[in-house]
Ligand binder design. Structure first.
Ligand code: ADP
Ligand code: MG
Length: 663
């Protein structure tokens, strides 16, 4: 039994109390067959007027009942001989299930069967999430037991509850486990009933409290202080062919202040595709290096890490910075040499993929860790990194997917957030075109002329979610076809299954302009920066997510020439696909795209990855803006004035995990 409960995440009595129904069934009253509403399970009762075993591809038990208002077909695909007997012609029985319009009129498949003539239930029946071998009945019993044995005391001050018009905790919990027969089904099912609101609020509050406490804990810890004259920073700025934008200067200032504060920085740098986050990261790393510490730069893919390595080397080596490159394609000896340099402090800056840094890389004196284009930085991952060096390093995270400020404030309540809300000047906006697949020939012509005129192009192959090998095959086929189409142009191919060294070589040739057209899988989605590329073709754009499309499109329009993004799609389009393509066509503002993506996908999925790092939400949805804002405010209020309430509340919602958060 314990195992089964554990599978449901139930360990303590409190977990049972907080195990709430998924939905409810209404066995409180009998419906005339003719009035049974569609789409929900109902109770009906009638006389069996036909019954028998039939053969329809398999043996089925079919009967027909009548109740005076109408008749209903009832079918069982699996049945016992005893059921055939129970459902004999002439008997009156009761059935609970969904009435649907079937081929032979109204029908009910696999209903729950009971005797006729007894009083219906006097309350809605909760249906809980459960697991194999644990019946609803047994689970409900265990929950009822818990409801009897723990005190469902109030964690929040009365004044707060009345100001927010929230019902009490005990009242809400009892209501949700045992709603009375007159409870509004629609409010229960849509989880808009005040009792649900209260539970969701509590959960969001616990989340906000824990994130704010993480934040405070961090501000109470110490970290290296980078006090420098800024010589290296000045030298890099002087060597750049451009000036920083105001937004870049502002966020650099925010970072520099953190790095001199003596407390570990955990700052999220948000900025649209192409807004120039990399140079800000390079400046930050120079602050660490000039102060005598090491910096590390981590990227999600090899291609991106390689590109960063090239860029940082170009920028920083002239300033005397010693870099180390960590790639899985390095030979054993080279890798050992790099690791040694990092460990002995003979390298000032180490660059590689996240994966490599997760393995045991020991730093001599790590002062700053930079995580690029990462969407998945949970609390746990950050802690893991912190323990790597002896001293807690500062951390700068750069987001691939900017999210609106209000959401960021709640969702990243454990971090500080900086925004680059401005693109470097002189960019010509990318023209986006939607092209139906049957006009592919025109696209080919267009790509050819762009390449012959000295530009470069990407050709992104469709995402095939079901099968990576199929996606790979498509890329190989597309490449072969395009090589045939463009005898006069060099066409390269890059995909995720290629050995890293080969991948890097292809990217280098593309960067150097030797390869004009690059056929790629979605591996180039993030970060790749080749200014001369001005055409982006995306096949089967209808299969891709909004932020993915935005990221891909962001690979062009990085230089000063006119760029175009051609989105090939296969008609007919589904509703979501149409909305996505419409959004990407209409706007190129990353924050606006994020807003629309959020609306289309819902925040659970949009922000899904981060759920690994912050307390999971079971009931509330991070997109419930108003409730979330209220929870954030309440968290600040309680932290300032009611420590007891904070501890009580965290203990209830986070159990043992709340121990180290106590205030
Ligand atoms: P992202 O924010 O998407 O990571 P990058 O850092 O790759 O963007 O920058 C995109 C391009 O813009 C790079 O080629 C970079 O050198 C260039 N860039 C960055 N800042 C400026 C600036 N202030 N003025 C002109 N170009 C800039
Ligand atoms: Mg980048």
């Amino acid at each position: 039994m314990k195992d089964k409960l554990a599978r449901l995440g139930i360990h303590s009595l409190w977990d049972r109390v907080l195990h709430l129904p998924l939905r409810y069934e209404d066995e409180t009253h009998l419906y005339p067959i003719a009035d049974a509403p569609a789409g929900q399970s109902v109770l009906v009762e009638g006389e069996i007027i036909e019954s028998g075993v039939r053969f329809q591809g398999r043996r089925i038990l079919a009967c027909k009942i009548e109740d005076g208002s109408g008749s209903l077909e009832i079918r069982f695909m699996n049945f016992y001989p005893s059921q055939v007997k129970m459902l004999e012609k002439g008997k009156r029985m009761r059935f609970f299930g969904e009435v649907r319009a079937g081929f032979l009129g109204k029908e009910m498949i696999h209903p729950k069967v009971s005797r006729a003539g007894i009083e219906p239930n006097d309350a809605l029946t909760p249906v809980y999430p459960t697991t194999a071998g644990l019946t609803q009945k047994k689970l409900k019993m265990l929950i009822d037991e818990a409801l009897e044995s723990v005190a469902l005391s109030e964690t929040l001050p009365r004044t707060m509850l009345s100001r927010l018009s929230l019902p009490g905790f005990e009242e809400s919990i009892r209501f949700l486990h045992d709603p009375p027969p007159d409870a509004k089904r629609s409010e229960l099912d849509s989880r808009t009933h005040p009792a649900w609101t209260r539970i969701k609020f509590d959960e969001l509050l616990a989340q906000q409290l824990s994130m704010r406490l993480h934040y405070r804990n961090r501000k109470g810890r110490s970290a290296p202080v980078f006090r420098t004259q800024g010589k290296l920073v000045d030298a890099l700025l002087a060597s750049l062919p451009f000036e920083l934008t105001d937004a870049q200067k502002r966020v650099y200032g925010e970072i520099a202040r953190d790095l001199a504060s003596g407390n570990p920085m955990q700052r999220l740098l948000q900025g649209d595709v192409g807004s120039g986050k990399t140079i800000v990261a390079a400046l930050a790393s120079l602050l660490a290096i000039e102060a005598g510490f090491q910096a590390a730069v981590m990227a999600p893919t090899e291609i991106l890490a390689e590109q960063h390595f090239a860029k940082f080397s170009k920028w920083l080596e002239p300033l005397g910075v010693r870099t180390a490159w960590l790639s899985s394609s390095l030979k054993k000896k080279e890798k050992e040499a790099a690791l040694k340099k990092i460990e002995r402090g003979e390298a000032d800056l180490a660059i590689g993929t996240h994966a490599l840094f997760q393995e045991q890389v020991a730093f001599g004196k790590l002062g700053l860790a930079i995580v690029d284009e990462q969407h998945r930085f949970g609390v746990h991952q950050r802690l893991a990194l912190r323990q790597k060096g002896s001293n807690e390093p500062h951390q700068l995270m750069m987001s691939a997917t900017p999210i609106p400020r209000t959401l960021a404030m709640s969702y990243y309540a454990d971090l500080d957030v900086s925004m680059i809300d401005q693109l470097p000047p002189g960019r010509t906006p990318v023209v986006t075109k939607l092209v139906s697949n049957d006009r592919r020939e025109e696209v080919i012509l267009r790509v050819r002329s762009a390449c012959l005129e000295g530009s470069q192009a990407y050709w992104v192959c469709p995402l095939i979610e079901e099968s990576e090998s199929l996606q790979l095959q498509t890329a190989i086929d597309t490449h072969a076809r395009l090589v045939g189409d463009f005898p006069e142009i060099r066409v390269g191919l890059v995909h995720g299954r290629m050995p890293n060294g080969e991948k890097a070589a292809v990217m280098r040739e593309f960067q150097d302009g030797k390869i004009k057209l690059l056929v790629a899988t979605t591996v180039i989605e993030v970060g790749v920066d080749v200014a001369n590329a001005s055409v982006m073709v995306i096949e089967h754009a209808e299969r891709m997510g909004l932020s993915q499309l935005h990221q891909l499109r962001g690979r062009v329009g990085r230089g000063t020439s006119n760029s175009v993004c051609l989105l090939l799609y296969q008609a007919p389009l589904g509703r979501t696909a149409r909305e996505r393509l419409k959004a990407i066509f209409e706007t190129s503002d990353g924050f606006e795209i994020a807003r629309r993506d959020l609306a289309l996908r819902g925040p659970g999925e949009f922000l899904g990855a981060r759920q690994s790092g912050v307390p999971m939400l079971r009931f509330a949805d991070i997109g419930e803006d108003e409730l979330l804002a209220a929870a954030r405010k309440a968290a600040d209020e309680l932290l300032a004035s009611d420590r007891d309430a904070v501890n009580r509340h965290l203990e209830r919602w986070m159990g043992e995990k709340s121990e180290y958060l106590r205030v």
